[in-house]
Design a protein around this ligand. Structure first.
Ligand SMILES: [Zn+2]
Ligand SMILES: [Zn+2]
Length: 449
């Protein structure tokens, strides 16, 4: 059964303009009504995950739901450099008089992971990835929780229209896992289709936090991520005749050791940074010195100037190692910084974070709102804040694990499956309940009458 907006509105109106606690119980009552349907939507989404750049059905479902709640919906927002990928971004707008513009974003894509949870609604989906390989597909990062929470938040706020003012913008973002979806939506003129928001909000489920709780980090919360390809070029030769070669394998080894000093010797210990070589490929056989070696690196930082410094150092060290090894100029190394696999740090605006943390404390109960340290993982939600953290943004974590599982993990010492694990599963009802409630409260804090 699907409650009508009119019924929801009536329910909310009963307690309109009443004290905060009464508003809260009205919110809870509406949420209770909506939850069974939201949980069933969640299970359907979970069983039908779609890879990044291919969120066809997920975005259509989200668009349908938001349209039925009275939002003005635009689909297929997003332009990628690769013309084969269609933008699956969803933009839903509800105008409600003068007031602030608040953007709420949910990411929609799943991962090439074969689900092993054994849940009755586990994904059985297999597909070909962009490289043509057959892969299992799973919502192993919980973006199905995010989509469902956005649907729930949309319903509550549509029913509570008399309690807020301004322009509410709900975003279904594709391709977060490949960190090019937010950029694709901005490149497709997102901020000329809608007013540039005054605030941007998002949530992510947590594989460690107890369901019912939320956690937040003021200031830098997630790092910037930059992918770098390095090609160390030399001169190939027979393995028995090193004297006629410029061995790129030895040069690559020197390069890898030399770049360890960027973070340890060139960077302030007060500026977190990571330089990781995640892949190295060179050569074909025991007795052949190859022509070149390819390395793939990920760089993580909070500050943009630290990122720029590291990229300049990588280039300088690569060239220096080649020079020391006597590599001719025309075989100098190539350091290529990706312009698609790159995303800025996620910065939670301190004033906005303080304001929202206080509102969530009031709404969820103080014991359910906790501060947590930053991490060097990455997310592309920060893109919506524009360069220099121009638009104040706030992203928080929603606990997704029931108490029993946390207790048994603590008892046995076996860690809980992390995000992206084939065994990760959020407990649906309390996670969605908290996600919807927290996001609704966060929006109301900024838009309330
Ligand atoms: Zn993820
Ligand atoms: Zn995620």
């Amino acid at each position: 059964m699907k409650p009508t907006t009119a019924r929801l509105t009536a329910l909310i109106c009963l307690l309109a303009a009443s004290p905060v606690s009464a508003q809260q119980s009205a919110l809870d009552a509406t949420l209770n009504q909506e939850l069974p349907e939201l949980v069933s939507t969640y299970k359907n989404l979970h069983a039908a995950p779609e890879l990044s750049h291919h969120e066809d059905k997920t975005s259509a479902l989200l668009a349908r739901e938001l349209r039925s709640d009275g939002y003005q919906v635009t689909e297929h927002v997003g332009k990628y450099p690769n013309p084969e990928w269609q933008g699956h971004g969803v933009v839903a707008v509800m105008k409600n008089g003068a007031g602030p513009t608040v953007l709420v974003r949910a990411d929609m894509d799943a991962l090439p992971v074969e689900e092993q949870t054994g849940l009755p609604y586990a994904s059985q989906v297999r597909t070909k990835n962009d490289a043509g390989l057959d892969v299992g597909v799973m919502h192993a990062c919980g973006h199905d929780i995010h989509v469902t929470s956005l649907i729930g938040t949309a319903k509550l706020l549509a029913a509570m229209k008399d309690q807020w003012h301004g322009t509410l913008v709900l975003i279904g973002q594709p391709s977060e896992e490949t960190i090019d979806g937010a950029r694709a939506m901005l490149a497709d003129g997102l901020y000329s289709r809608i007013p540039q928001p005054d605030y941007a909000l998002a949530l992510h489920d947590s594989s460690e936090l107890e369901a019912g709780k939320i956690a937040y980090t003021p200031g830098y919360a997630l790092a910037s991520s930059t992918s770098v390809d390095v090609t160390i070029r030399g001169r190939g030769a027979h393995g028995s005749r090193p004297e006629v070669s410029k061995d790129p394998i030895v040069l690559a080894a020197e390069f890898i050791m030399a770049i360890q000093t960027i973070v340890s010797r060139e960077n302030s210990p007060f500026d977190p940074a990571v330089v990781t070589v995640g892949s190295i490929h060179g050569g074909t056989k025991y007795n052949i010195i190859p022509d070149d070696v390819h390395l793939q690196l990920t760089i993580r930082t909070y500050k943009e100037e630290v990122r720029q410094h590291i990229l300049a150092s990588l280039d300088r060290i690569a060239k220096g190692v080649a020079l020391a090894g006597g590599v001719p100029q025309d075989r100098a190394p190539i350091v290529k910084v990706s312009d698609t696999e790159v995303t800025p740090a996620m910065y939670n605006d301190p004033a906005l974070t303080e304001r929202e943390a206080a509102a969530l404390n009031r709404g969820l109960g103080a014991g359910n709102v906790v501060e947590k340290p930053p991490v060097m993982g990455s997310e592309d939600f920060g893109q919506f804040a524009l360069e220099g953290h121009k638009i104040p943004a706030f992203m928080f974590s929603v606990g997704a694990i029931d108490v029993d599982r946390i207790a048994s993990s603590e008892k046995t010492g076996v860690p809980l499956p992390s995000l992206h694990s084939s065994l990760f599963w959020p407990v649906p009802e309390p996670t969605i309940r908290t996600g919807v409630k927290a996001m609704t409260l966060a929006v109301l804090e900024l838009m309330k009458r």
